[in-house]
Design a protein around this ligand. Structure first.
Ligand SMILES: Nc1ncnc2c1ncn2[C@@H]1O[C@H](COP(=O)(O)OP(=O)(O)OP(=O)(O)O)[C@@H](O)[C@H]1O
Ligand SMILES: [Mg+2]
Length: 274
């Protein structure tokens, strides 16, 4: 099971669009996927056609102990794609949980048994590095950072990296940044090209080669409660997110090689010891 948090404290960079569409593409390719909406805006839930507003059935009820995970787990219209939805109720959670022991791991605590039933767990985060995002970083073992290929793309990234370091040291030693997603790319502008170069210079091989181009269909799809793969399967947006998803799956070959190399090293060391 891979669990991936899509984070960037900057607003409107493509976090929700990327989480929802990568999740939908993974499910279309036959994977079992759990989506966790940790943003009180509830955008990902609505993007996937799930509106829990006023139904007392969001992740807020789970983390305040009012409902079980199985009671709020919702199926989407795409086979294999389930969601723990969110709505505006979640906005008060950061304040309500401030004196709770283990507040950074409360989502993991309540969802732990569910997570292993899936091949992928994808978490959409709010545009802040507050308690909800910290919770995402204790559930996840990977971080994807969507970056808008605009002038201020890298502003605030050092703060994000600092937060990552602290969480890795203190709360989740297995956490790694495994992917940077360039979003809303416009190859017709010099700025877009220049910013993409800067992003690659900064993050080197962590940047996915599949780049998400600006595409009007991607901005229309959420209002229809559909991911791009069902809303406009022939669009550039659908092509870009499917290519990205295949790259995400392909990462597993390298991960497996890494694990094998580590195992081999340990065996050699043990052999030398004996
Ligand atoms: N590649 C794209 N082309 C065109 N529009 C896009 C693209 N990606 C995202 N958008 C649109 O840009 C807006 C912001 O995207 P999105 O909601 O994914 O960002 P976000 O980082 O999740 O925002 P927030 O920080 O508010 O949660 C949305 O209206 C979305 O539909
Ligand atoms: Mg969002």
């Amino acid at each position: 099971m891979r669990s991936i948090a899509f984070i960037n404290q900057k607003g409107g960079v493509g976090k929700t669009t990327s989480t929802a569409n990568v999740g939908a593409c993974l499910a279309t390719l036959g994977k079992k996927v759990l989506m966790i909406d940790l943003d009180p805006q509830g955008n990902m839930s609505m993007h996937l056609g799930v509106d829990v507003h006023g139904k007392d059935s969001s992740i807020y009820q789970l983390i305040t102990g009012k409902k079980e995970a199985t009671e709020i787990l919702t199926k989407t219209a795409i086979s294999g794609l389930d969601i723990i939805p969110s709505d505006i109720d979640l906005a008060s959670a950061e304040i309500e949980l401030v004196n709770t022991v283990g507040r950074e791991t409360i989502v993991k605590f309540y969802l732990d048994k569910l997570l292993n039933k899936y091949d992928y767990v994808l978490i959409d985060c709010p545009p802040s590095l507050g308690l909800l995002t910290l919770n995402a970083l204790t559930v996840a073992n990977e971080i994807f950072v969507p970056l808008q290929t605009e002038f201020f793309a890298l502003q605030g990234v050092s703060k994000l990296l600092q937060t990552f370091d602290v969480i890795k040291k203190r709360l989740n030693s297995s956490l790694e940044i495994t992917g940077i997603i360039p979003c809303m790319y416009d190859s017709r502008t010099k700025l877009g090209i220049a910013v993409l170069d800067k992003i690659k210079e900064y993050f080197e091989d962590k940047v996915f080669t599949s780049i998400i181009r600006k595409n009007i269909k991607l901005s229309e799809a959420p209002s229809h409660g559909m991911p791009i793969i069902t809303y406009a399967p022939d669009s550039n947006g659908a092509q870009d997110y499917m290519a990205l998803t295949k790259e995400v799956i392909a990462q597993e070959k390298n991960m497996l090689k890494g694990v094998k190399a580590k195992k081999q090293k340990t065996e050699i060391r043990e052999h030398a010891f004996l």
